[in-house]
Design a protein around this ligand. Structure first.
Ligand SMILES: Nc1ncnc2c1ncn2[C@@H]1O[C@H](COP(=O)(O)OP(=O)(O)O)[C@@H](O)[C@H]1O
Ligand SMILES: [Mg+2]
Length: 242
């Protein structure tokens, strides 16, 4: 699965919190333009995997190669600057800042001028027109779906080559979830942006991804094309509600 073209290659990644081994030796790759889904129950190690890739959690062992270079010892900001953006679980937008200010905070990792920022804001408003309508509102006053759009928009301001999304559907109503996944798929199709999508909503994640991994207690127990996994009886039973 990993080849010379891969954007991200993770090999035998182990990450722990003290004695708790959250990720126990996982390997996978993400290639340009693809959506790769990571599905798994609460506590499986999904968030820790993304945190290790983005530099928030230092791996205990293993290799994380980004465009051919080891990044597991680099500072978070350097990793973002190289084109790897992380949209964290729970959105983590700044509640006291406006939509515009939240978005601009996402551009701080790279050198940018006003014209570039204006251009990037326009692209984000094309994708999420709702954010444009809310441009002057404070983060706290947005709905859950709007906050999620804002978190994705902010991550896009770093002009990533790979966007890592941690449970974008968490806490949202079904209709909003569907819209959110439509947008994520459109983002991928229209720009070729590669996406690593962590989700407990397995049905939606498998629907929009090309490949998927199943994480159980820190290990990858199944992987393959999303279509194959969606038809696998083990997945249907454990993750798609029978
Ligand atoms: N900050 C932390 N300190 C200690 N244990 C943690 C911490 N974050 C996560 N864990 C533990 O690591 C394991 C994996 O958690 P996590 O990566 O958050 O899983 P997921 O995102 O799949 O729900 C769980 O057992 C969880 O309790
Ligand atoms: Mg999580």
């Amino acid at each position: 699965m990993a080849d010379a073209e891969s954007l991200l290659v993770v090999e035998n990644l182990v990450a722990s919190y003290g004695r708790i081994e959250a990720v126990r030796g996982i390997s996978f790759a993400v290639n340009p333009g693809e959506i790769v889904a990571v599905i798994g129950a609460n506590g499986a190690g999904k968030t820790t995997t993304l945190a290790a890739i983005s530099g928030l959690v230092r791996p205990r062992s293993g290799r994380i190669a980004w465009m051919g270079e080891e990044i597991s010892t680099l500072p978070v900001e350097t990793i973002v600057r190289r084109g790897l953006a992380h949209c964290p679980e729970g959105r983590r937008i700044f509640p006291g800042l406006t939509v515009r200010e939240n978005l601009i905070s996402g551009a701080s990792a790279r050198r940018h001028d006003k014209a570039e920022v204006a251009q990037d804001l326009d692209r984000i408003f094309d994708l999420f027109p709702r954010l444009k309508e809310r441009i002057g509102q404070r983060g706290w006053s947005l709905s859950g779906g709007e906050q999620q759009m804002l978190a994705i928009g902010r991550a896009l301001m770093s002009r990533p080559k790979l966007l890592m999304l941690d449970e974008p559907s968490l806490g949202l109503a079904p209709i909003i979830i569907e819209q959110m996944f439509d947008r994520i798929l459109e983002l991928n199709r229209s720009t070729g942006l590669a996406i690593l999508l962590v989700e407990q909503n397995s049905a939606m994640a498998l629907e929009i991804s090309s490949r998927a991994l199943v994480l159980e207690a820190g290990r990858i127990t199944l992987s393959g094309s999303a279509a194959t996994l969606a038809g696998d009886p083990r997945i249907v039973e454990a993750y798609l509600g029978g």
